[in-house]
Design a protein. Structure first.
Length: 527
């Protein structure tokens, strides 16, 4: 049976940007707003218009977007003490933002009222009521964020309830209970949510939930509040936010919609969650969290041989749901922990599964190479090349004769990197020199000069990431280095790996594998 509908309120653009290392340009914020609307998010909190010029401009520019579903919300605080709302520049900025919804945050915990705001308990109630009433009189739908509600209720439940009743009596349409310090437990969240909902029921004002992740329970606490009666969940995409972050709306939505049967996003499917998650990571210039539930690259990755063997028979044996439901995909990894099932799964396209002797030989190579420092989890193209070579189905497109990389400085002190390579393509030798921003870039440029005449498809290939890791740091400057290179063309992305005591040699091995994989892939596409 389908349960009730739950509103999704996104505060990535405001609360999310308070996270360390998270910054969004005006254009980023507008693009995210558009994408959230397309997904079916109910409310998008754009920021605090009185805090900075970028947020103020956002509320002007967002009116130009043709939003089909989402309501944009401006965020602000209750009026200042000793001042009327009409005289408060922060309140006036909220009115001038011209959003259909205004979210006001106020103090719920008596400790914060007397020690942080330094006002009387009654003055705080007046600040809440007058602010909400004024904004409602200006034609705004007002949401009231009850800051520190759960800590405040624990310390002084009578006063905490009085604060939310003040907002409800003044015209708030929704009261959001905030676990601002992020330290509450699910059972406490549920109990106090039910108490708040009961107190507000005579006024017809429902409750929402806003949690932080300091106890790593933000998602669990959000779900507990919904089960206890909350009608709205506030959070951020990917859990961005101050300190340990906010509730990750990706996980919240997946759990509410796919596990608990609540209606969210107007009943739309959740197949765009992975795409949305990665879109926001890219705009925020933040590294993806591989282990992120539901949408991370490792969320449905299988490495242990026993697991892969079971997955081949029944995917539900080691997966809690079909990854396609959230737009993700299953990945089979290969490592020293792998069994023949992993190898068979990864080599299925080569149709080699019946050759058990070959499967064992490939597995032995993997184990031997990982003992030297190789890892194939992020270098599936290198593993593919290993399989082709072991099966005898691969012929190199060129022979490496020698290479040299030198770094010198110009008169202005700027370093110049130059790579010289010699290759044999068929029966012809190619000897090329190229400069680059560094050794890998110079080697890549020289390789392309030597090969582009014979393999024009390389024009579509580009290097998009380069990672270096020391394998055995105890060896000091003689340590082995693992280099992972990620490459892409118009159709695919692939990773290759090289390992050596010499970082240039490790890079060269990974780079050559990347180019060989591209050439083999192009040939297979033609066939």
């Amino acid at each position: 049976m389908t349960k009730r509908s739950i509103q999704i309120y996104d505060t990535t653009l405001r609360d999310g940007t308070q996270g360390e290392g998270v910054s969004l340009s005006l254009q980023d914020k507008l693009q995210i707003t558009q994408r959230l609307d397309e997904l079916g998010i109910d409310f998008v909190e754009g920021g605090y218009p009185a805090s900075n010029a970028k947020d103020a401009e956002y509320f002007q520019r967002v009116r130009e977007l043709n939003l089909a579903h989402a309501k944009v919300c401006a965020f602000g605080m209750t009026r200042r003490r000793g001042m009327k709302p009409a005289e408060d520049i922060g309140i006036q900025a909220l009115v001038e933002a011209q959003t259909p919804v205004v979210t006001i945050v106020g103090k719920t915990w008596d400790f914060h009222v007397t020690e942080v705001l330094r006002v009387s308990l009654q003055e705080n109630l007046d600040m809440i009521a007058e602010t909400v009433s004024y904004l409602a009189s200006e034609g705004r739908e007002v949401f009231y964020d009850a800051e520190h509600f759960f800590d405040g209720f624990k310390a002084n439940p009578e006063y905490a309830v009085e604060t939310i009743l003040a907002a409800a009596r003044a015209g708030a349409k929704l009261v959001i209970l905030c676990d601002t310090n992020g330290g509450s437990l699910p059972e406490g969240i549920a109990e106090r949510t039910r108490a708040a909902a009961a107190a507000l029921e005579p006024f017809g004002v429902p409750v929402g939930i806003h949690t932080h992740n300091d106890g790593e329970l933000a998602v669990a606490n959000s779900l507990a509040a919904v089960d206890a009666g909350a009608v709205q969940v506030q959070g951020t995409i990917n859990g961005f936010g101050e300190r340990c972050g906010n509730a990750d709306l990706i996980s919240v939505m997946a759990n509410l919609g796919l596990k608990k049967g609540y209606k969210i996003l107007g009943g739309r499917p959740l197949t765009h969650l992975t795409e949305l998650s990665r879109f926001v990571y890219e705009l925020a210039n933040v590294n993806h969290r591989n282990g992120q539930p539901f949408v991370g690259q490792s969320a449905f990755a299988h490495k242990g041989g026993m697991h892969v063997h079971a997955i081949a028979r029944a995917t539900s044996s080691y997966e809690h749901l079909d990854p396609a439901l959230v737009g993700n995909e299953r990945r089979i990894l290969v490592s020293e922990l792998s069994g023949r099932s992993n190898i068979a799964a990864l080599t299925a396209k080569h149709k080699l599964a019946d050759d058990k002797q070959l499967m064992d030989a490939i597995l032995k190579q993997v184990v031997d190479l990982e003992a030297q420092g190789y890892q194939f989890e992020a270098a599936e193209a290198s593993f593919d090349m290993l399989v082709r070579r072991a099966a005898g189905t691969y012929s190199p497109h060129f022979e490496r004769v020698k290479y040299h990389v030198g770094v010198s400085t110009e008169g202005n002190g700027q370093p110049v990197t130059e790579a010289t390579i010699k290759l044999r393509v068929g029966d012809r030798d190619r000897h090329e020199v190229a400069e680059g921003d560094g050794p890998v870039n110079a080697l890549d440029a020289a390789l392309r000069k030597a090969l582009n005449g014979d393999f024009p498809g390389l024009n579509d290939m580009r290097l998009i990431d380069y990672k270096v890791r020391v394998v055995n740091g105890e060896a000091g400057t003689a340590a082995r280095i693992r280099v992972i290179i990620e490459s892409a063309d118009h159709h695919d992305t692939w990773g290759t790996v090289g390992v050596s005591e010499n970082i240039i040699e490790a890079s060269w091995l990974a780079l050559v594998d990347a180019i060989e994989y591209k050439l083999a892939k192009d040939e297979a596409a033609v066939e």
